[in-house]
Each structure stands twice: as structure tokens, then as C-alpha cells.
Design a protein around this ligand. Structure first.
Ligand code: CP
Ligand code: NVA
Length: 298
């Protein structure tokens, strides 16, 4: 049984196996294979979503399956039914599950008890579908990411940089994280992942010669109570003209979205790189079809 629970548990070979399926799905959107034919996939979401929800609903449908969107607050899970019981019920009714929630342990538990392929559609700890898409988008424009330099600017301790850390270790590129000390990734994660990851307090130093500049919101879902402090403490960690100027000429700028202009990225930089950023958003659809196809293939 294959799952996509985290990039920690995906080998480089698995990542390549997923990414190599994507171009066929992207170029032949109307008449590609239908590996989910006759299947129903549950999508259990405890947090807001635009891109992930729509790309999985459309993707499951275009692969021949039926998406069943379940707002976690609308099912008995939201009234305290244990995850392991929800998992054992759904595992007898549907063919796969896509879950967005808070604790990584909850997605792992669902996978263990349901007996159906399970996808992490974002937890507090990781966002693997996003980072696989970002890598596909980078390689579509610039070739293999191995050996390149990726600089993340912003909250270096949230889910998105954590998935980048695992990707860097497995695919062999340099990852630099520009964040104040309190927003750098946990030392335990860095030690466990290995790879070339540099944490740096100065965003201009971190951006020097980078092939890709990347940012994410300063206030992740579930952290709203800390918003005021985060906006103050992360104020200097914005992708703007000075940061772009420090990077390699022609460096790509990406944002997983949603974007807050004037905070993690300024308006002019966002709009100058909007084509890359919205291609990145579109590619969620194509890459997640690759993920689903990989999950159900033997
Ligand atoms: N990037 C991303 O996951 O967007 P959503 O929160 O809209 O799904
Ligand atoms: N770090 C962000 C990612 C949003 C796609 C969050 O968790 O809210």
C-alpha cells in the first residue's frame, strides 16, 4: 500500500517516479489514462483551501474517479469520533483519501487504520504535494534542480520549508533558509534530514546567487493568535527588489499562495513573477494527478 504522507518517507526514486508521469497529464489533459476509473476518493479538510481542494477535486474527476469532499466539521470526526474509527469506516467505502489537517500524527493514523492510499494535503508539519509541484515547476523552466540553490525567505519553521528540507536532502540541491533565529527550522529536523541546508539571518546573504527565491505566508493556518508578533518579527524577511537583485540573474521567484502583498513579498515583485507563480498553482493539478497515478499503480 503506497501513501504520500511526507517527503521524509519518499525516496528520490519515488519522487522521480511521480514527476516523470506529470508531463503526459499536463500535455494531454483531455485524453490521458483514467487510473481512478470507478473509484471514490474522500477529501477530508479541517483547514481552508483553494488550490489544494480544487486541484484534487478536478484531478480525481479527470482521472476517472469521484471526489467526495468532507469538511471535517460536518462529519462525526468534528464531534470527537476517533480518527482510527473514521479511517476504518471510510476504508470500507472509498478507495483513497486526501487529508488536510493540523497534526501529522492524525494523517499517519488515518493511513494506518484505513488500509487505503492516503495523501497529506497539508499538515502543520509538511506540505509534500506543494513542494513536489514546486520542483516540477522549477525543472520545467530550468532543468534538473540537483546542484542548484534554493533560498526560502520568511517563516522557516512552518510546513512548507520543512518539506523543502527533505527535498533538498533527497534530490541534492542547496537550500538556504533566511529567517530570524526564532523562525528557523528545529535543529532536530535539520539533523534528521541531513543534506545541504544553511540557516541564515540575513536575507540578502541567503539570496546571493540563488537559482530560486521562494516564500510563504508569515502567519500559517492555526497560528492566527500570533499574527501581531509574527508580522513584527518577520518584517525584514520579504522577497523584494533588493532580494531579487542579490540572486542569480534570471532567478525564478515562487510563492505557494495565498500571497499577502507588502508582507512576505512586495506587490511589484509578485506581479513581475506572476506567470511563474500562477503556473506553479496550475501545476498542482498536473502533479497531483501524477501522485494519484503513482499511488494506485503497482
Ligand atoms: N498552496 C496551497 O496549498 O493553497 P491552498 O491553501 O489554497 O490549498
Ligand atoms: N504555511 C502555510 C501554507 C499555506 C498553503 C499554512 O500552513 O497556512
Amino acid at each position: 500500500m503506497k501513501h504520500l504522507l511526507s517527503l521524509e518517507h519518499l525516496s528520490a526514486a519515488d519522487m522521480h517516479a511521480i514527476l516523470k508521469r506529470v508531463s503526459a497529464f499536463k500535455s494531454r489533459r483531455a485524453d490521458h489514462a483514467r487510473p481512478l476509473s470507478g473509484q471514490t476518493w474522500a477529501m477530508i479538510f479541517s483547514k481552508s483551501s483553494t488550490r489544494t481542494r480544487v486541484s484534487f477535486e478536478v484531478g480525481i474527476h479527470e482521472l476517472g474517479g469521484r471526489p467526495l469532499f468532507l469538511n471535517a466539521g460536518d462529519i462525526q470526526l468534528g464531534r470527537g469520533e476517533p480518527i482510527r474509527d473514521t479511517a476504518r469506516v471510510l476504508g470500507r467505502m472509498v478507495h483513497g483519501a486526501v487529508i488536510r489537517t493540523y497534526a501529522q500524527a492524525d494523517v499517519d493514523e488515518f493511513a494506518r487504520f484505513s488500509g487505503i492510499p492516503t495523501v497529506n494535503a497539508l499538515t502543520d508539519e509538511e506540505h509534500p504535494c506543494q513542494i513536489l509541484t514546486d520542483i516540477y515547476t522549477f525543472e520545467e523552466r530550468r532543468g534538473p534542480i540537483t546542484g542548484k540553490v534554493v533560498t526560502f525567505v520568511g517563516d522557516g519553521a512552518c510546513n512548507v520549508p520543512a518539506s523543502w528540507i527533505w527535498a533538498a536532502a533527497k534530490l541534492g540541491f542547496e537550500l538556504r533558509i533566511a529567517a530570524p533565529p526564532a523562525y528557523q527550522p528545529p535543529a532536530e529536523l535539520l539533523a534528521r534530514a541531513g543534506g545541504r541546508v544553511v540557516c541564515e539571518a540575513d536575507p540578502l546573504k541567503a539570496a546571493a546567487g540563488a537559482d530560486l527565491l521562494y516564500t510563504d505566508v508569515w502567519v500559517s493556518m492555526g497560528r492566527e493568535a500570533e499574527a501581531e508578533a509574527r508580522l513584527r518579527e518577520l518584517g525584514a524577511y520579504q522577497i523584494n527588489a533588493a532580494v531579487v537583485q542579490a540572486a542569480k540573474p534570471g532567478a525564478l521567484v515562487m510563492h505557494c499562495l495565498p500571497a499577502y502583498r507588502g508582507k512576505e513579498i512586495d506587490e511589484a515583485t509578485f506581479e513581475a513573477h506572476a506567470d511563474t507563480i500562477f503556473t506553479q498553482a496550475e501545476n498542482r493539478l498536473h502533479v497531483q494527478k501524477g501522485i494519484l497515478d503513482w499511488l494506485v499503480s503497482v
